[in-house]
Design a protein around this ligand. Structure first.
Ligand code: ATP
Ligand code: MG
Length: 425
């Protein structure tokens, strides 16, 4: 739906955030009725929050499709067998598993074990054995938006670190290291586009981070923010950074960076891309016949973004003392049409503007509620739609409505036709 009357919206704004919610993102999102906290680290999305989440997902989907990604949807329930082959079923190796059991007839909880997926390298690698057998089948790129479960130790960052969250995870399958690298760089470019479109471009840095057991480095995308859990060292000139976990003399010399040229900042990991080499393909038997007729393992990479974490980061970084500030591409609506007063002529004018915007397919939230102006403005600032269009006795007298940009506070007085042409240019 592209439009909505606020009088019909079932969510209400609240003055106070719930007690015990320490993160700014969750406080604002809960106050504005975007999310509901079920328990620590577990949040539901309400209509306004879901609109933003879907916009973010839409942006990511466009950028993944643009680099050749094919969307699929894997299951949450996991067979331990594939994870045992890679060695990642063990709680010692991966301490974030949520595990459960199949029903066994008589007694609940005594059947065989299952896991709730926290990532998908193993099942997708196993699945791809059905589809990849020759060099002609490569490269391939598959991705999904799928719910991950992670038993996170600390969950104090609101929706930026939750125990159940949607992840966009893409996996690349290439013939060799060279083919992999070429795609990896394209994926890194696509990631920067995603963060730019979400309004975080200038705050986000490609960051060298630890590669885990299969590669020297991975690349994180870190958004500078005091509420971040990571520490990074930024080189502004080259627009890159080093995560504290790999910050040492050796890394600095390998990257040709000098300590004096770096600035320390707190940051949020909004994305992470990983070379996987042949770790999973070798463990799970994903091989192909190369041009010489030899059977060799596929070279893989994995590429994650948390749309919920990204949403929370936009709130942390762009909000002000009055509330949230959504960038156009991910805003729940483009326009917040606010009617002040109940006079018939004001109502008629507001209804007409609403109808025109709806016809022009502009995404508009219409505050048609009977409420004091102060309360309406406070709600509008909190919700953070990019442009507020006010209709009142005063604007009627002028023949122009008042248009206020949420981010800058800039105000313009525009007639309906001026507003419409402003929106379409
Ligand atoms: P962190 O170090 O913050 O725990 P991670 O390195 O374990 O994250 P990845 O496995 O790299 O996370 O996951 C890919 C992306 O998924 C992350 O870059 C982040 O955007 C998102 N993500 C990871 N964990 C969570 C979480 N608990 N809640 C929300 N999003 C998450
Ligand atoms: Mg990571």
């Amino acid at each position: 739906m592209t439009h909505m009357r606020q009088s019909q919206l079932f969510t209400k704004t609240r003055r106070e955030a719930p007690q015990g919610e320490v993160s700014k993102n969750a406080q604002l999102l809960i106050r504005a009725g975007f999310v509901h906290k079920e328990m620590a680290g577990v949040y539901s999305y309400l209509p306004l929050g879901l609109r933003v989440l879907n916009k973010i997902i839409g942006v990511i989907r466009e950028e993944m499709n643009a680099i050749g990604g094919q969307e699929l949807l894997l299951t949450t329930l996991q067979d331990p067998e594939v994870w045992k082959k890679s060695g990642r079923w063990s709680d010692e190796v991966n301490d974030t598993w949520f595990k459960t059991h199949l029903h066994s007839g008589e007694q609940f909880h005594s059947g065989s074990e299952l896991g709730l997926a926290n990532t998908h390298e193993e099942p997708l690698t196993a699945l791809m054995r059905n589809h990849i057998s020759s060099y002609k089948d490569l490269p391939k790129y598959a991705y999904q938006f799928q719910t991950k479960f992670r038993n996170e130790l600390r969950a104090k960052s609101g929706i930026m670190r939750s125990r159940e969250f949607i992840m966009k995870d893409l996996y690349s399958f290439s013939r060799d290291e060279e083919g992999f690298r070429e795609f990896y760089e394209r994926a890194a470019e696509a990631y920067l586009k995603v963060f730019k479109r979400a309004g975080l471009g200038e705050h986000t840095y490609r960051t060298f981070a630890s590669g885990g057991s299969f590669s020297k480095f991975s690349d994180e995308f870190q958004t500078v923010c005091g509420a971040g859990e990571d520490t990074i060292y930024i080189n502004e000139g080259r627009r890159l950074a080093i995560n504290k976990e790999v910050y040492n003399d050796q890394t600095l010399s390998e990257l040709g960076l000098r300590k004096e040229d770096l600035r320390e900042e707190r940051a949020i990991e909004v994305g992470n891309i990983f070379p996987l080499g042949t770790k999973y393909s070798a463990a799970l038997g994903l091989t192909y016949k190369n041009e010489a007729g030899e059977e060799v393992p596929v070279v893989m990479g994995s590429y994650g973004i948390g749309p919920g974490r990204l949403l929370g980061t936009v709130v942390e970084v762009l909000s002000d003392e009055k509330g949230m500030v959504w960038p156009e591409e991910v805003a729940p609506f483009s326009i917040h049409l606010v009617q002040l007063g109940e006079d018939e002529d004001v109502k008629k004018e507001a209804e007409e503007i609403y109808r025109s915007l709806v016809e022009a397919r502009v995404e508009v939230l219409f505050d048609d509620r009977t409420m004091r102006a102060g309360e309406k403005f406070a709600d509008s600032d909190l919700i953070g739609i990019p442009l507020r269009v006010v209709v009142s006795q005063k604007t009627l007298a002028e023949g122009k409505c008042e248009c206020v940009e949420r981010a800058s506070g800039t105000t313009h007085h525009r007639s309906l036709s001026e507003l419409m042409s402003h929106l379409t240019t």
